[in-house]
Design a protein. Structure first.
Length: 161
């Protein structure tokens, strides 16, 4: 059996000990990468939630409000007028109270868009001839601008007026 000199054993042990951990430089590189990823995620949060708000209001004006308005039309014979507005879905219009079977919205209040603005309503519609126009003023909170989101295919609510 051959003996290994004591100094060789120590050198071998130091090599193993050095390779078992991370260096400070490696840890700093990993932290820098995590920081960059976190920065990218934080700067894109507004884009992610902005898209979600537009999708939410699109569903609201195209789908969610369709059933209450259709139910109103079945009971009353027509959609609420522009003057009556969406309020006719939660409170009986004075002249037609005998036919009204509402409230047609649950809970009995008119929903707001994601920007805390009331939905806009017009009947007869200027974009949907023979039906109603229902739209959100969008993030700029101004009706008739490019960011309006309505129950029509494209364009703004005031283009057809």
């Amino acid at each position: 059996m051959r003996s290994i000199p004591n100094s060789s054993v120590r050198t071998a042990r130091r090599g193993v000990a050095r390779s078992a951990g991370f260096t400070l430089l490696e840890i700093l590189v990993v932290l820098a990468i995590i920081g960059l990823l976190a920065g990218l995620a934080i700067t894109n949060v507004d884009k992610i939630f902005g898209g979600a708000q537009a999708t939410t209001v699109r569903l609201q004006v195209r789908d969610s409000m369709r059933t209450p308005l259709t139910s109103y039309r079945i009971h009353m014979g027509d959609y609420p007028s522009t003057a009556e507005g969406l309020q006719a879905l939660v409170a009986a219009p004075g002249s037609k109270a005998d036919k009204w079977h509402g409230p047609y919205l649950e809970p009995a209040k008119i929903p707001l868009d994601p920007w805390n603005e009331p939905l806009q309503y017009a009947y007869p519609g200027t974009r949907n001839k023979g039906s109603y126009d229902l739209w959100s003023k969008g993030p700029d909170k101004q009706s008739g601008t490019e960011d309006d989101i309505g129950n029509w295919e494209t364009g703004t609510a005031t283009e057809a007026k």
